[in-house]
Write a protein that binds this ligand. Structure first.
Ligand SMILES: Nc1nc2c(ncn2[C@@H]2O[C@H](COP(=O)(O)OP(=O)(O)OP(=O)(O)O)[C@@H](O)[C@H]2O)c(=O)[nH]1
Ligand SMILES: [Mg+2]
Length: 200
């Protein structure tokens, strides 16, 4: 039997203040939920190992604070990331409207490749009654941008695992295709193009 391949992926979660980024991550990684709100100062990292087909994936997920004062600092974490969760709160219209800017920030800081940079949008807190963002509106925005959309609740554990695993799977497939194109390019190099040995 072939041993499983191992791949490390860096994912990030971004979105406005208090939409539930930390809660979604804690739900996904630790299967826990806290009602108390403790804003994230800057960023923190959580890890989770999952198995996807023939690959063991080590996910390093960067949780970022939604406060405006961290915005430029947070954007430095996008570099080198393999995928991103864009989160908003379905009971907070402004947090949905801000997605356009968050998405723009990420795309500006990540290198465009043949395979698009993987993202998923999570509309969180669907367990609450006072919804301000109708499902069709969020779905429509995501369809236009070709980003998968999930209605989730960190509190009631709805759709959270599915959303993160969809992102991980897309990030893995992009990682593989980038790796393949590097390998093909290096095979294509003629002997004159090969890097010269530094040895005497
Ligand atoms: N009802 C409900 N409350 C939630 C849900 N997810 C998070 N919350 C609550 O919303 C508040 C903010 O959650 P956080 O996860 O800290 O939000 P955040 O996006 O990490 O906030 P910042 O780090 O400040 O940007 C907390 O009181 C959570 O308990 C949910 O699915 N349903
Ligand atoms: Mg947080």
């Amino acid at each position: 039997m072939n041993p499983r391949k191992k791949v490390d992926l860096k994912l990030i979660i971004i979105g406005a203040l208090g939409v539930g980024k930390t809660s979604l991550l804690h739900r996904y990684v630790h299967k826990t939920f806290y009602e108390d709100y403790q804003t994230t100062l800057g960023a923190s990292i959580l890890s989770k190992i999952i198995i996807l087909e023939d690959t063991t994936l080590k996910l390093q997920i960067w949780d970022t604070g939604g406060q405006e004062r961290f915005r430029s600092m947070v954007s430095t974490f996008y570099k080198g990331s393999d995928g991103c969760v864009l989160a908003f709160d379905v009971t907070d219209l402004e947090s949905f409207e801000a997605l356009e800017t968050w998405r723009g920030d990420v795309l500006a800081k990540t290198i465009p490749m043949e395979q698009p940079y993987p993202m998923v949008v999570l509309g969180n807190k669907i367990d609450l009654e006072d919804r301000q963002v109708p499902q069709e509106v969020a779905q429509g925005w995501c369809k236009e941008k070709d980003i998968p959309y999930f209605e989730v609740s960190a509190k009631n554990d709805i759709n959270v695992v599915q959303a993160f695993e969809m992102l991980a799977s897309r990030a893995l497939s992009r990682y593989r295709s980038i790796l393949e194109s590097y390998l093909t390019d290096s095979i294509k190099l003629s002997p004159e193009d090969q890097p010269k040995s530094r040895c005497c």
